[in-house]
Design a binder for this molecule. Sequence first.
Ligand code: ADP
Ligand code: MG
Ligand code: MG
Length: 913
Amino acid sequence: MSATPVTEPQSKSVPQSKKVQYVYFFGGGKAEGNGKMKEDLGGKGAGLAEMTNAGLPVPPGFTIQTEACREYMRTQKTSDAVNKETADNLEKLEKLQSQKLGIGDNPLLVSVRSGAKFSMPGMMDTILNLGLNDESVKALAKKVNNDRFAYDSYRRLIQMFGSVVLEISKSTFEEVFDGKKHKRGVKLDTELTAADLQEVIAEYKQVVKKHTGKDFPQVPVEQLTMARDAVFRSWNNDRAKVYRRINNISDDLGTAVNVQAMVFGNLGDTSGTGVGFTRNPANGDKEFYGEFLMNAQGEDVVAGIRTPVHISELHKLMPAVYDQLRDITTRLENHYRDMQDFEFTIQEGRLYMLQTRNGKRTGRAAVRVAIDMVNENLIKPEEAIFRVEANQLYDFLVPNLDESAEGIEVIAKGLPASPGAAVGQIVFTANDAVTFAGTQTQKKPVILVRAETTPEDIHGMEVAAGILTSRGGMTSHAAVVTRGMGKCCIVGAGDIAVDEKKKEMRVGDLVLHEGDWISIDGTTGRVIKGKLNTVPASPDDPDLKTIMGWAEPFRTMGVRANADIPRDAIQARAFGAEGIGLCRTEHMFFAEDRIPHMRAMIMARTVDQRKVELDKLLPMQRADFEGVFRAMDGFPVTVRLLDPPLHEFLPRREELMVEITRLELTDAKSPKLKELHQVLSRVEELHELNPMLGFRGCRLGIAYPEISEMQCRAIFEAAVNVAKEGIKVIPEIMIPLVGMVKEMSNQGAIVRRVADQVFKEKGTEVKYLVGTMIELPRACTVADEIAVEAEFFSFGTNDLTQTAYGFSRDDISKFLPSYIERGILKSDPFATLDQEGVGQLMHMAVDKGRKQRPNVKLGICGEHGGDPASVEFCHKIGLNYVSCSPFRVLTARLAAAQAAASDKLKVEGGRTK
Ligand code: ADP
Ligand code: MG
Ligand code: MG
């Protein structure tokens, strides 16, 4: 294919003065569009154009570009220009085919296919066999001399048209169809006769009439117009919106519509349809990979209604077609220089290509394919590093099932669709998954068990720990979607019977009910009864090291981890963290042996009382810091002084009152009662209406300097002790929630004073920094003043987002969904940094801080530090490092390397979606 000249890409923005071309023809060996025009033609349309230009066997047709969809969204109609170009191109297609849409002895039938810039598998709807009506169905039957085929095609059209265009629920049609199968006592669709299908069609037409008050449209051109507009509308259906939200795709892009001459895979035993990948999308192995069904049409393969056959079988059935398919797809892969995901149909022994695109793959497969392609001289290492999405590295860290457990009971085996392991309680519908999985604060792991998944299940799939289906193949909806999500999935576990209504699944005699535990292994396809333990995967995979070895030299930002205890610090080092960006000292206080002392400290009424309790906490804190410093030998450790409001360490008011009442009724003389009353009154004193904006952060250390003193003493004593062991210690003491420079100088003075004392006592000094967390808008606006006192800034973007928006992170879930639905917010600002608003504040602080103190060290320690898009932003504004949770360190390292590499190589980062 590389031998075929490719048309030069056209500029995507059409100058205002020039007339917009709305429709692009492909067919007869050449196309008006080309593969680079994804923005206008959508991925599918661009691929069809490119394949046509390359001389591949593609049924001809035309693509109505995305601008027409955007216009439709704005005006609720299509313009005259769009209508005219559609009509002209239909005429052109009719001429080329020597057929007329739905008219005559040899009627032209077309498919109407959606296709946006980014592939959205199964999200948008496609209509096949359009052009059939009561007349043309007879002509078709006569022409191919096959009544059954013709009526099957017609009933499919009414069904697809009915659900997509007329918005009649799919199940209404399914009930009719299944009813007929039941009545005839047959199992397979193919067992229904032409006469049966004619009855189905009659009933379908009644369904249409009943639901719409009108007859099924008989005029072919009218069918086409209605279908085209329905595809435009489908851009905004719920599941498309959810998919875009999960995948961060803009709602403004719109979809293109492809109108393409039909080819038939359901014309008998020398016809068929299939899908495939040029490499294994689960593990990346270089093998021809795919599935097909003979005597089937379109959706049949992916719908999971019949379990498809491995592509190698095609080699036995039709060796010439198989060889041609291999040849074409190999050329496509070489041409696009990436793994391809393709669709094909065989009509009476002749092969047609219907789609090609860069295939979705697991993280492990992405890494494997990238490395193999470098070895095959198809791409260069600099390109390879963009072939892996930073988030996908998580795959290397996914848990595996603990195989050492006794008596593992494998109850079924399915296809290993998406790797990793999941252990959870079973649920049978997407809605139940959502209910069962609970809210963010109290998540329960659930396994969503379905006969097959459809795009309507997407919200349930999103919250499930893993997915198990009894039907479908490796390219079924469940498989494709979970691989994209990096979620463990098994499909086609045929021994399992799923009863959604009864909320149970059966395997032989075994019945499992909603809420029962199972463990699934998406790497091997095993379904295991009960709750197995999981063991974390090792991050030392040699492939992973190779890719990281190519990427890392580009990286200019440091990557640190947020870790509070020595164990997490050790884990973070193993993932390649270059220091700790946030060590939250309060997390140490929540430990069981410490909380009583912490409470006693809070209960203290005098400074002296408080100091007594603080002295008890000192050795514990010191020991923790020693552990963290040891783990980070030679790397900096940022320790934040006490931050949360004190009441968080005390029992809750309601619990105390219940306990007091209980004691008063049962044991009124109990000495505990007095104590509880004291605690309660302290809790009431500390009660705040708005604790997030209350007595917390540096405000605590300012009111109770002895707390900061104790913490600093613990830090510096630990630092000196560990330094004496010959380990390099670099402490950075961070003052939280500073909004005014005087807060910073107040606490900074304590840090420096205690450091001097400790160094004098111990006769050893260590270098350290004092800085602040920048997490209030005011701090950003006076960052130059603060930088006089602070040697480093670390952006606490969780609080900065809360305070910039005035959104409480803990309460946002109440309104976030409606904000996203209405397009007010594009994504959760606590997950992906709001670059325009919060990012501007950061930008301001960076500028002001650097102006005042050119070598001020700048980092980020909010949750955003592990989000690839946010990491890229941090690179752009010139931060020195990002810090994130240990499990995201790998992702952050790759994202930071990609950001730097796209800068340096002047390429647009990231691979095509
Ligand atoms: P999706 O984006 O969901 O894959 P497609 O537009 O690719 O939707 O179409 C759905 C199914 O219909 C695919 O299996 C495809 O191969 C098949 N199909 C689409 N157009 C035609 C056509 N002109 N002839 C035969 N099959 C078609
Ligand atoms: Mg497709
Ligand atoms: Mg904070």
